[in-house]
Design a protein. Sequence first.
Length: 276
Amino acid sequence: MTEYQHVDGTETVLRDGTIKLHGPEGFEGMRKAGRLAAEILDALAPMVQPGVTTAQLDDAVREMTLDAGAVPATLGYRGYTHSCCISLNHVVCHGIPSSKIIKEGDILNIDVTPLLDGWHGDTSRMYVAGEASIKAKRLIDVTYECLMIGVDMARPGIRLGDISAAIQKHAESHRYGVVREFCGHGLGRLFHDSPEVVHAGRAGTGPELKPGMFFTIEPMINLGKPGVKMLNDGWTAVTRDKSLTAQFEHSIGITETGREIFTESPKGLHKPPYGV
């Protein structure tokens, strides 16, 4: 049986397997952290160009986060030494910023999590350097559709498996592969908490959504088969068949009547092209 725990913004919260149910203070904290995360991704849009290195983008994320009075939650997390994750082309997630130069036609996911006043704003978005291929653009579009199908379904009374099944059905209708090895997660005062939010599954299963739940939805969709493998650095996950992959992520909170997106773009830059 799923256990739920009511918490507020002043309480010390530990990962104990329960699903946290937050009150008004939690929603306010997540709004601020989520908006900062979205503003950072908005500001990166004109920076993603051929010839730029992923390290330069990481430096920009760190500077913007610190200037806003927050800290990058990834910096020092389990030994990670960067302020965001940047995943190019066939990198599924957790790509490490480096001196690698972005090339014309590259697609990339940038995943940021500023920690502001004790709350985590976790979001990611796809970017295109220059002009992408038609198949890359379509993959990005469908992946964004998968995200929003899941977000739009989120409301009290449904189960997480309903979201998983809907995302899987939409991706596979386009003959894309849905990554199983990585998933969304609860968050708030903790970076990663219960529940796990998988993006492929059976409707009617999993925890029931209740007001006050905070979690991410972040489908990773492959142009080819769903299989992934880890590189020797212990972080980077890539597609086994070297096919392109895409991901979008929102942090949301379940309200009495539906859901609130904490990480919506203030400038309406939800997916490329961003018009910059």
